[in-house]
Ligand binder design. Sequence first.
Ligand SMILES: [Zn+2]
Length: 550
Amino acid sequence: MNNQVKRFFAAFVLIAFLVLTTMSAPAWAAPAKNVILLMTDGTSSTHITLSRWYKGAPLALDDILVGGLRTYSADSLITDSAPAATAFATGFKSNSKFLGILPETTTTPGAPAISPNDQFKPVATVLEGAKLIGKSVGLVATSNIQHASPGGFSSHTPFRDRYPLIAKQQVYEDIDVVLSAGRQYMLPKALGGTRDDGINLIDVLKSHDYSVVNSRDEMLAFKGNKLWGLFAADAMQFEMDRKDLAPTEPSLAEMTRKAIDTLSQNEKGFFLFVEASKVDWAAHANDPVGVISDLLAYDDAVKVALDFAKMDGQTLVMAFADHGTGGISIGNKDFYKIYDKLPFEAVLGPLKKATYTGEGMDQVLGDNRSEFNIRLQMSQNYSIDDLTSDEITAIQKGPHKRAFAGVIGPMLSKRSAIGWIYTGHTGEDLFLYAYGPNKPTGLIQNTDIAKITAQSLGFDLAATDRQLFVDAAKAFAGIDALTRFDDSDPANPVLIVEKGILRASLPIDTNLMTVGKTTYRLPGITVQIAKTGKVYVPQKAVDLLKSNGW
Ligand SMILES: [Zn+2]
């Protein structure tokens, strides 16, 4: 090639590059139209290894392993689920039990110091940010929907156990699709629920044009775009127990598919968070069968998300866990001298004979705890024929429901060379899985999940914070208005804003503001942080009063 041809060729390549990049990726385009986050609570690599051996084939997850995830919280090397969810949802590490708010204390090396003014401050979640730019948003979980992980994306409180409060905030977050459980926290005591404030949140949902469904069939038949599914009073059954003990409940994969089908009707795209909640509960109970049951159900849900993302081409999928639980090991102390001679059958044989999880066995045994029935059921459902008298007594005197797995789980673990450190969380790095545009690789922080999600969908979390959570006392003082509380109904306090004869009221934990005879639906909820008494409102509340002549 002579020099002239070379120059011409170089110029052609440059122009072609510029034309192609301008055409295919305008500077303003977000990398992804949709983001799906899938989380398995309390799952380290060994939980996954064991489940793969049990399945006897590769997992959907195996194809999309991209790196690792660091999990510590602002003040502990081992995180609680609430600050972990807060990190995934908001991009900030926080403290135990804190949902969607900044920490009170930071002690972990590298964790940024917290200024007294920012302690407990609500911060925007990626679900709220996605909603604000016109995307549809959804939550799917097998625990009650008010539980820590889905709660971290959809509520703001330092008390993760206050399910009635979290339920109310979630209802007024205007989430398009919720498929989960926890009906009792939505209903007043008079209707069999646990709410003290007399409010029927299911009626509120219906008045907001939601279809509220209670069974798999109702869910599958639904056509529309605003859907709440509440499939149990508290949590859903483990996948392994579902067919026999709760046939009206959908699987996690079915809920995920329905959520994607419904949310993807929005031309602007969607954000979806899916959680396999009970892998953690099984691991807390040291029940390997419960872990395998719901980890494989999770993998099926991951496959549903991946199938959609592969067809769609504009969807980022990220899958991860929040922490390890139990410190599970393949191999235990009884096998110290023969750990290098541990055949497949020694570990998986006993596990594959189980037909119910530990929690399921509590329901199978029912009230009949005679030695005869215990030996019969443990033989039929676990092929365990060598129960000791201590084990029989433990089953007879054991606690019920979720806690009963803590009786059965260790019996099965001992017989299958499975070890456990204890019944708490653990602090190791975890696997990170991702597929699609803008997918991360390498070792990242749990807080990076929020940052990558926001960046992929094309919004800024800090700007979303400034839109959704301004200090109410300061902001209303800025328009010469005063704030006070109406506590006449202590369970439902209302923020009152007054200027001369003008008056506005904002019920706490809702997105409502009433001025005169008009009630506005704000783009976010009003939150009062009990620990500081401070109230935070969306900037829109202040702007609306200004435009009303305040
Ligand atoms: Zn957790």
